[in-house]
Design a binder for this molecule. Structure first.
Ligand SMILES: Nc1ncnc2c1ncn2[C@@H]1O[C@H](COP(=O)(O)OP(=O)(O)OP(=O)(O)O)[C@@H](O)[C@H]1O
Ligand SMILES: [Mg+2]
Length: 727
């Protein structure tokens, strides 16, 4: 045992936390101060110095990726196999416990997880069956109501809807939704935690077993735990486990999903003798990036307050780029990545962050155009793609005929003549007689309520599922997958579709066979059968495994998924009012602080170089907007910023920091411009008055320019008709 090597590469404060006597502890510190490093070294310390068995350790991280990295890092330090240590996300760990104790949790052995897409489909069906108008009761509202209640640990029986009809209806939807999930053996994400918590409360002998086992509990990113996660840890820890949590109140970004910063305070009250260790040295970012981030977050009220400093040099200023539109922005970003690569940098050093997933498409196109490899982290993931979910739908039905979500998904995919009316009959029978969709179909066929063509179609579908089930019973998982893709008719359906998209779908289906082939059965889940395990794996790990560690690729992700990560070069794109902070946050005033924390998270991902960009006009969500730079840009003190290009025009509300600039700075796009106007040029229109040219396309009669009018926003105009005047 080499104790000194465990403490190597740690500063005094970090050593204090890593080498502390067994106790409860809170490590509270800003971004990049080594919290995750401390947690990892602490695990190694517990094993090597305190001689604790890996079996007695439970570590909770925020993503599966972080869990895998942590396991690897600890293995490196202690040089042994950590197989028996439990490390994972809240959902992953709770799921594992539910699998082991499915009976005690009142679940069928073959229970399956549904994602939010499946959940929404189920809810739509329920709303319809209740004859509730989906304008008055949007399915998404019901979904967030249910998930919100579950996150607070509330079952319908705990909720008093008072005399409010809307609330009563939502409560009723929750009840019916839960009943149909229970009948079909389905568990949504929030349910996983709620049930695992109830298992602790209802089965003291099971709780006692785990309390006995987990003497050491460590939780990363604690500021983003919600009420049920907190309760789960609290109960598990009991009075004797040693709990170390690490977190940063300034990085709490999941309030919208029920996370509670107060859990940090609650911890100090609930866990006796808990010491707080603060880390103040930042090892990640240059001086400019760090100071700019500190100043930005200082605009938030009610902070616990932290000082962060770095030994690092100031480094380059933060570059702020004002683009004419989203294409120009993407081109700019890709150009900088190209330069970086030319200087010998690798692509995976670069991350492009954005507020919402919809922003990625334009960036992807620009990267493709330049032939740069990229990877979307946490975007539309492999297992979330339509064709994959279709194939998995069949596999889920083979696994469990009563899986309503899967039944809904594939009953008429590929189309087999089962119309909406037939489905409605099946659904309402299921609802009235408390049956699953499969059972209801059987009954309707037996009782000849369904007849003629409709009956044949439904029978054909059920026969297909039963046939596939027997046919594939003895097959290896990947052969079964292949067989299901073929027998279900999915492959033929996409082959008939033709075109690039269909081709990509077929490639994805092929990749699913590869995924099944390389699927390794986790040891702890051996009892549950390979198919069942594979289905759960797909639902839980959706795409986090898409990372191909061997390809050098630019990393694209939302600001939320960037939490905990770091990159030498970071681009924050679309930093515009209405996008970031988001429109929703602007409408609800109290969300603004959380957006600012998100901005802090984004900026502090950068190690050497940070670019922030915004566009004057942007096509997004199917419309065109005239955008203003985000207030967050103006909150960064000038001395840390370099403006790469000044704006071509100012609207009255734009900050003083980005002053007007004349047409002489016109920016020319790369393709030939025959419109007679240049981008950036000021023009006048007889009706819309003054504006600035931001884009152009077409030639001759079809030549069009896009103009941002000061009072009317952005418009595309035919040059031949618009009678624009230069001014
Ligand atoms: N004492 C140290 N000496 C050198 N490098 C360190 C030290 N402590 C941490 N680092 C490095 O600093 C970087 C940030 O550390 P880490 O990711 O643990 O910070 P964090 O506090 O968890 O950040 P975040 O709040 O973003 O999750 C990592 O690259 C880490 O290896
Ligand atoms: Mg961390």
């Amino acid at each position: 045992m080499d104790v000194s090597s465990l403490l190597d590469g740690l500063n005094d404060k970090q050593r204090e936390a890593v080498g502390a006597p067994l106790s409860n502890m809170l490590v509270l510190a800003g971004a990049g101060s080594g919290k995750t490093r401390v947690l990892t070294h602490r695990i190694a310390w517990l094993m090597q110095v305190e001689q604790q068995s890996p079996y007695s350790i439970l570590a909770v991280t925020f993503t599966n990726k972080a869990a895998a990295e942590m396991r690897e890092r600890v293995e490196k330090v202690v040089g042994s196999n950590m197989g028996r240590m439990w490390i994972g996300t809240f959902h992953g760990l709770a799921h594992r416990i539910l699998r082991t104790h499915f009976q005690d949790a009142n679940l069928p052995q073959s229970f399956q997880i549904i994602d939010s897409d499946d959940q929404l489909r189920l809810l739509k069906r329920i709303l319809k069956s209740l004859n509730l108008d989906d304008k008055q009761y949007p399915p998404r509202q019901a979904q967030s109501y249910i998930n919100g209640k579950k996150d607070q640990g509330l079952r319908p029986k705990h909720i008093d809807a008072g005399g409010f009809p809307v609330e009563q209806n939502l409560l009723n939807i929750y009840k019916i939704y839960q009943e149909s999930c229970d009948r079909a053996g389905l568990v949504d994400f929030a349910e996983i935690l709620l049930r695992a918590h109830e298992l602790w409360l209802n089965k003291p002998h099971i709780l006692a077993h785990y309390q006995d086992r987990f003497r050491h509990i460590l939780v990363d990113e604690f500021q983003d735990t919600n009420a049920i996660q907190y309760a789960w840890i609290r109960v598990l820890a009991g009075n004797s486990a040693n709990v170390m949590i690490v977190g940063d109140d300034d990085q709490s970004i999941y309030g919208w999903r029920g996370a509670q910063i107060e859990n940090l305070h609650r911890f100090l009250k609930d866990f006796p003798g808990a010491e707080t260790v603060r880390l103040e040295q930042n090892y990640r970012s240059t001086g400019n990036i760090l100071k700019a981030s500190n100043d930005l977050i200082a605009n938030n009220p009610d902070r616990l307050g932290k000082k962060l400093w770095t030994e690092d040099k100031d480094g380059e200023p933060i570059s702020v780029y004002c683009a004419f539109n989203e294409m120009d922005e993407a081109k700019f970003i890709v150009g900088r990545i190209n330069d970086w690569q030319d200087k010998g940098g690798s692509l995976s050093d670069c991350a492009i962050l954005y507020r919402s997933n919809a922003q990625s498409r334009v960036l992807e196109e620009a990267l493709l155009h330049r032939g740069l490899a990229y990877r979307i982290y946490g975007g539309l993931r492999f297992f979330e793609r339509q064709e994959i979910k279709d194939a998995m739908g069949y596999m889920r039905l083979i696994n469990n005929k009563d899986d309503d979500a899967a039944f809904e998904r594939v009953v008429n995919t590929p189309t087999r003549g089962i119309g909406d009316r037939t489905l409605e009959i099946i659904r309402s029978t299921a609802r009235q007689q408390q049956l699953t969709l499969w059972q209801a179909s059987l009954r309707l066929l037996e009782e000849k309520v369904l007849a003629g063509r409709a009956a044949n179609a439904v029978r054909g579908f059920m026969d297909l599922v039963i046939h596939m089930r027997t046919d594939t019973a003895d097959m290896l998982l990947y052969r079964m997958t292949d067989s299901v893709i073929n027998q279900s008719g999915l492959r033929a359906m996409y082959e008939a579709e033709k075109g690039e998209k269909a081709q990509a779908r077929i490639e994805n289906l092929n990749e699913l066979v590869t995924a099944a082939k390389s699927f390794e059965m986790p040891e702890e889940l051996e009892d549950m059968g390979e198919l069942n395990a594979f289905l759960s794996h797909a639902a839980l790990e959706a795409g986090e495994g898409q990372a191909d560690a061997f390809t050098d690729a630019v990393q694209l992700m939302t600001l939320h998924s960037a939490k905990g990560l770091e990159f030498p070069m970071v681009f924050m794109s679309g930093v515009e009012e209405g996008i970031f902070p988001s429109k929703m946050a602007l409408d609800e005033g109290d969300r603004l602080d959380e957006e600012r924390r998100l901005c802090y998270v984004g900026m502090t991902r950068a190690m050497q170089k940070l670019y922030i960009s915004y566009a004057e006009s942007r096509r997004i969500y199917g419309r065109e907007d005239y955008a203003r730079p985000s207030r967050f840009i103006n909150e960064i003190p000038e001395q840390y910023v370099e403006q790469i290009r000044l704006r071509a025009q100012v609207s009255p509300s734009i900050s003083q920091r980005f002053p007007a600039r004349g047409a002489s700075t016109a920016f020319s796009q790369s393709s030939a411009n025959t419109t007679g106007f240049s981008v950036g040029q000021k023009v006048k229109h007889f009706k819309f008055a003054e504006g600035v040219v931001t884009n152009f396309e077409g030639t001759g009669e079809k030549a069009r320019v896009q103009v941002n009018f000061r009072d009317f926003g952005s418009k595309w105009l035919l040059v031949s008709l618009a009678k624009l005047e230069a001014c």
